[in-house]
Design a protein around this ligand. Structure first.
Ligand code: PA5
Length: 447
């Protein structure tokens, strides 16, 4: 079971201050549970783990099996932001680090992602790959109108139709989008694509446990039932009106530290498989809290790698940082360090030790050093990296995010600031209806 440990913050806060923030977090939890807060029409994510019907997973498995029957060995998953990061995080965390390089028969197709950037080189190189492979695609967009995935999907759709014909393309493309509205919904209906629905009451960054995450994760060959089980246990645990509710503890402490000038929170992991947990978490917290001139800035690092790049700043730079370490208690593989009779590197004191023991001591040593350097440390630990624990992490961070944003006094479920760049981009690209903005921008740029 996921645990929160706040011992690494004790020298930075007084217990009475912390208890005051726990009271605030419990009040925010009430608002979330009673659905009386800002954005309360976007709370559909709260009961996804316990209410997702098994038939949804079975439908995803049917697509997986039908594509397997066609020999599909590459699935292009198209989406951005909340329609991308959850699936990317889960698949990176659960896959063999060298899956692509390993020889031997693969049970599941390779999953690649597109539509999360506007790089021409990335698209051209994706098309190079598609030319060599047996391809299917999943296009994901809640609004159905987001530019990046729409551009990528045009190219992928065209490729699949030219290669396999329109009828077969409809068998090889699945859309995940709104039930009724948006260009993607209209396109999917017109082309006869199988479609999964993202409910209106679930925002993009809270959608990993909807078909947005479920379909790609099932296609990649992972156990979605176990992920939902881990999330369901967290759903129950984090609903408790208790001072030891882990989401309450985490939300209370990070907000208390924010009030003490710790404006940046770094999510830390010691396993490269969790790099994208940091990316997913950054979107969740950045878009939910960063508004009205407020919010903890979310950053992420992968240690020990980044101790050799960001370590200096964290240890001695501006003291505005707090760290949240995602600790994984057990490695699922075993490798011990060999003896070297020459001992030229002087490391024979490590002989026979597991590599993970070195990692654990690096983690503990770093914790002590960073606390000494003025960086409080929150810890979220899970037993191992698997579907069950990832499900627990996803739900835990979502629930804590809702509580946290209500403590801060912002609406966790909107993202008005995301529109600003889009308006400028559309004006610069000549989208009809943006003529006035285009004129103003060109005048501004010519000064
Ligand atoms: O959290 C959000 O709502 C956004 O970041 C979206 O996930 C992102 O913009 C993608 O939107 P859509 O799924 O509508 O294409």
């Amino acid at each position: 079971m996921l645990k929160v440990d706040l011992g690494g913050c004790s020298s930075f806060v007084k217990d009475a201050e912390y208890q005051e923030y726990v009271d605030k977090a419990l009040a925010a939890l009430d608002v979330l549970e009673n659905e009386t807060g800002a954005g309360n029409d976007f709370l559909g994510w709260k009961h996804l783990p316990s209410r997702t019907p098994d038939s949804l997973i079975a439908d995803c498995e049917a697509i997986r099996d039908s594509w397997k029957g066609k020999g599909v060995d590459l699935v292009v998953v198209i989406g951005i932001g909340g329609s991308y990061l959850g699936a990317k995080c889960a698949i990176e965390a659960l896959s063999h680090s060298f899956a692509k390089q390993l020889s031997g028969k693969k049970d599941a197709p390779e999953i690649v992602f597109a539509g999360h950037n506007l790089s021409e080189e990335y698209m051209a190189e994706l098309l190079d790959l598609m030319k060599e492979r047996n391809v299917a695609a999943v296009v994901i967009s809640k609004s159905g109108t987001t530019t990046e995935p729409a551009v990528a999907f045009r190219l992928v759709k065209q490729f699949i139709e030219e290669r396999y014909g329109a009828a077969e393309a409809a068998e090889r493309i699945v859309a995940v989008t709104d039930a009724h509205k948006g260009a993607l919904k209209s396109l999917a209906t017109q082309e006869g694509y199988r479609t999964f629905v993202i409910e209106d009451n679930v925002g993009g960054r809270f959608s990993v446990l909807t078909p947005v995450g479920i379909l790609p994760i099932v296609l990649a060959g992972f156990d979605m039932r176990s992920m939902l089980k881990g999330a369901a246990e967290m759903e129950e645990k984090t609903a408790e009106k208790s001072r030891t509710n882990p989401a309450v503890e985490y939300a209370a402490m990070r907000n208390l530290l924010y009030g003490k000038g710790k404006k940046v929170e770094i999510l830390v992991s010691y396993n490269p498989k969790l790099q994208y947990l940091g990316e997913w978490w950054k979107q969740l917290y950045g878009e939910s809290e960063g508004k009205d001139g407020k919010g903890i800035f979310p950053a992420s690092v992968s240690f020990t790698t980044d101790l050799h790049s960001m370590g200096q700043y964290i240890q001695e730079g501006e003291r505005m940082l707090m760290e949240t370490v995602v600790t994984v208690e057990k490695s699922s593989r075993s490798v011990t360090i060999a003896n070297d009779p020459q001992n030229l590197d002087g490391l024979n004191f490590l002989t026979g030790k597991h590599v993970e023991e070195c990692n654990a001591m690096a983690e503990l040593g770093t914790k002590l050093a960073h606390i000494d350097g003025g960086v409080p440390q929150l810890s979220v630990s899970v037993e191992k990296i698997d579907e069950y624990n990832l499900g627990a992490l996803f739900y835990f961070f979502e629930k804590a995010c809702g509580i946290s944003a209500y403590i801060l006094g912002v609406n966790p479920f909107n993202q008005p600031g995301v529109e600003a760049y889009k308006k400028n981009m559309f004006a610069l690209l000549g989208k009809p209806g943006y003529e006035e903005q285009a004129k103003a921008i060109h005048e501004r740029l010519s000064k």
